[in-house]
Design a protein around this ligand. Structure first.
Ligand code: 8YV
Length: 321
């Protein structure tokens, strides 16, 4: 009987995922469920050939240099891999994978929730009812921005962006997008392509961000770019906090350039931004884009597909470079 490779699962994952992992691997896990320090990550690299890791574990160039040669693959339980220095890991001989596709529906649902909640003043309304302060009605009471018939600008028309476009079309929105390359007509489904973010922004009554965090997209939404949006527009971010300059966002909210925002991601996580929390027209969630029971299982199974392919000598389907 061949010896099973050892797999460290860094966080508490769904039971079905751990049970499947135990069929192919000797699984190492801790009792608690907390983000793992660099020291722990480095220590565990000497005990396992594979990691099933989350974005709470940081694989910076400095950490990578200290990883034990026993570790051969990091299968991330996330589609984003900005917590990994992939060039450093690759140079160190470690394969890196992610979990695309399986979380597109759940993340786009969260973006839609934020879009609707920001447009229709969900935070203010919930607060009024919850605190017993809802004591009147008038024609101008709690009037929000209509979604149907409005234009939605999407930055990053990858898998999640395309699902978001499909859902928004169901709400009667007109879809505009910016992507590094134009999509085929089958994928565009009538969406209007813009060859630059600057060209897209004036059309975005609503703007939803679906691009990865990279050196190029850091602070993509800057004061200059907010200024290009229509007055009273709405920003939605389920991508990464690094993509939005939060100070510029607050200035845009203060001036009325933005009527509202819906945010699932922040520059500082966990925690968010206490200054943004003072805005009732900002609808916030604690980075739960992919947090549905179905998707959490699917992410784990996808990571295991990658690990099993790797350890049977095949190229994992979701290898990132
Ligand atoms: C996860 C995410 O909740 O997949 C991603 O990139 O941001 C989220 O879906 C988180 O990263 C899990 O590790």
């Amino acid at each position: 009987m061949s010896i099973k490779p050892t797999l460290w699962i860094s966080r508490k994952l769904p039971t079905a995922v751990v049970e499947r992992a135990a069929k192919s691997f000797e699984v190492l896990q801790f009792e608690d469920d907390v983000p793992r320090s660099s020291e722990t990550v480095i220590e565990m690299s000497g005990k396992a050939e594979g990691f099933l890791a989350c974005n709470s574990e940081k694989f910076t160039a400095d950490v990578v240099l200290q990883l034990d040669p026993r570790l051969k693959i990091i299968a991330n339980y996330s589609v984003g891999y900005d917590h990994c220095d992939v060039p450093a890991l690759t140079a160190h001989g470690i394969t890196v994978t992610n979990t695309p596709e399986v979380l597109s529906e759940a993340t786009a649902e969260t973006a839609m929730l934020l879009l609707l909640g920001a447009a229709r003043r969900a935070v203010e309304g919930d607060k009024l009812v919850r605190t017993g302060q809802w004591d009147s009605w008038s024609p101008s009471f709690m009037v929000g921005k209509q979604v149907s018939g409005a234009r939605l600008g999407i930055v990053g028309m990858g898998r999640i962006g395309q699902v978001m476009a499909r859902m928004a079309r169901g709400f009667g929105m007109e879809i505009h997008y910016y992507n590094r390359s134009r999509l085929s007509p089958e994928k565009e489904q009538g969406a209007i392509y813009h060859s630059s973010v600057e060209d897209l922004l004036p059309t975005a009554d609503f703007l939803s961000l679906h691009c990865p965090a990279t050196a190029e997209t850091t602070n993509l939404m800057s004061s200059e770019r907010f200024a290009l949006m229509p007055d009273g527009s709405v920003l939605v971010n389920t991508a990464r906090g690094a993509v939005v300059d939060e100070q510029a966002l607050m200035t845009a909210l203060d001036s009325g350039k933005l009527a509202a925002a819906g945010l699932d991601v922040f520059q500082v996580e966990p925690g968010g931004n206490s200054k943004l929390a003072a805005y009732d027209n900002v609808f916030m969630l604690p980075h739960i884009g992919s947090a549905t029971f179905e998707t959490r299982n699917a992410m784990g199974f996808r990571a295991l597909d990658n690990l099993e392919a790797f350890f049977s000598g095949k190229e994992p389907g979701d290898k990132v470079t």
